[in-house]
Design a protein around this ligand. Structure first.
Ligand code: LMR
Length: 330
């Protein structure tokens, strides 16, 4: 072959290869621990659709639900290592990362309603908290909603005396640990993927979660009672590996930010309805008896749980707790 022909062939191969590289989509692995038919699961799917459309397929989002790839703690490590790019852990799971302030969301009764919550997550307090993740190599993109928690067990939990001696599963949050102890229970940290079996085998007696999580994990099949206590909140921060995010071409990042905004609006619109439907479905299934607290019983829960805020001041910061209480009082 003549030198010229070889050079032309080499050039053609090179441009073919770079074209192939240029067309290979950037992959975002989005790992989470809940079922697809939960508020978070559905919003992750919606984000995938919106992101792939907005980037004309230059970005591919692979969603891995139900702890398929990683459990709670492992997924945060995987994100920092870059093995996955996106997660939406509950706000109760940021403590082990060293950003304890997120546990403020776990304080009992801190949000009297969703308006107070949104004022926090969408205002300067919420933005300030996401900023704290940067030093951990993480960029916070949005807050996603789930709902207020109910307390389930194999015995009726009407007043704090009923909690004595019960073993209750919690997420890895020191505030939740303090909450369960204040009620008189023994808290036990377990990964979300392990809860159903732990309830079934009696490793723990009960747990807390919004109805959507309880129903989609079939926990109602192994819990005889659930108290509609709404004593605390469970929501999420959608986070990405900072290095990955900063390394994206600017136009793609803008498109993905738009997709995240839209997915977030969708998520907030479906969260309450999803929880209402899940509760209805569990009532219909008839395996669990749902308890509504009387005003007197509610007052007893509140009284037992009121010291938790003070106890947690040194961990979370009194200023942050006060600022959120102010939003709640508006
Ligand atoms: C839990 O572990 O109970 C929840 O954080 C699961 C989730 O992500 O909603």
């Amino acid at each position: 072959m003549k030198l010229r022909t070889i050079l032309v062939a080499l050039a053609a191969t090179a441009s073919f290869t770079s074209a192939a590289f240029a067309q290979a989509p950037i992959v975002i692995k989005f790992s989470h621990v809940v079922a697809t038919d939960t508020p978070k699961g559905q919003a992750a799917e919606r984000f995938k659709q919106l992101a792939e459309k907005a980037t004309n397929g230059r970005v591919k989002v692979e969603v891995y639900p139900n702890s398929q790839l990683y459990k709670d703690k492992e997924e945060l490590e995987a994100l920092q290592l870059g093995a996955v790019q996106m997660l939406a852990p509950s706000l109760a799971k940021f403590g082990p990362l060293g950003v304890k302030e997120f546990e403020v969301f776990d304080l009992p009764y801190i949000f009297p309603n969703k308006t107070a919550l949104y004022n926090v997550t969408e205002g300067p307090i919420g933005k300030g908290l996401l900023k704290k993740l940067e030093s951990k190599g993480i960029t916070g993109l949005a807050y996603w909603d789930n709902g207020f928690k109910i307390m389930s067990a194999n015995k009726p939990l009407r007043t704090p005396t009923d909690f004595r001696g019960t073993k209750l599963r919690i997420q890895s949050s020191k505030v939740l640990d303090a909450q369960m102890r204040a009620l008189g229970a023994n808290p036990q940290v377990l990964a979300f993927s392990e809860v159903y079996q732990a309830l079934q085998t009696g490793v723990v007696d009960g747990t807390e979660n919004p109805p959507s999580n309880m129903y989609t994990q079939k926990m109602h099949e192994v819990q005889k009672f659930a108290t509609l206590s709404n004593h605390g909140y469970l929501g999420y921060a959608v986070i990405v590996n900072k290095k990955f995010w900063d390394g994206l071409p600017a136009d793609l990042r803008t498109a993905l930010e738009g997709a995240m905004r839209e997915a977030t609006t969708y998520e907030k619109a479906i969260a309450q309805r999803d929880n209402d439907l899940a509760l209805e479905a569990m009532k219909k299934a008839g395996k669990t008896q749902f308890i509504t607290l009387t005003a007197q019983e509610q007052a007893e829960w509140k009284k037992a749980l009121s010291p938790v805020q003070k106890q947690m001041e040194s961990r979370i910061g009194a200023d942050l707790i006060n600022a959120i209480n102010k939003e709640g009082a508006k």
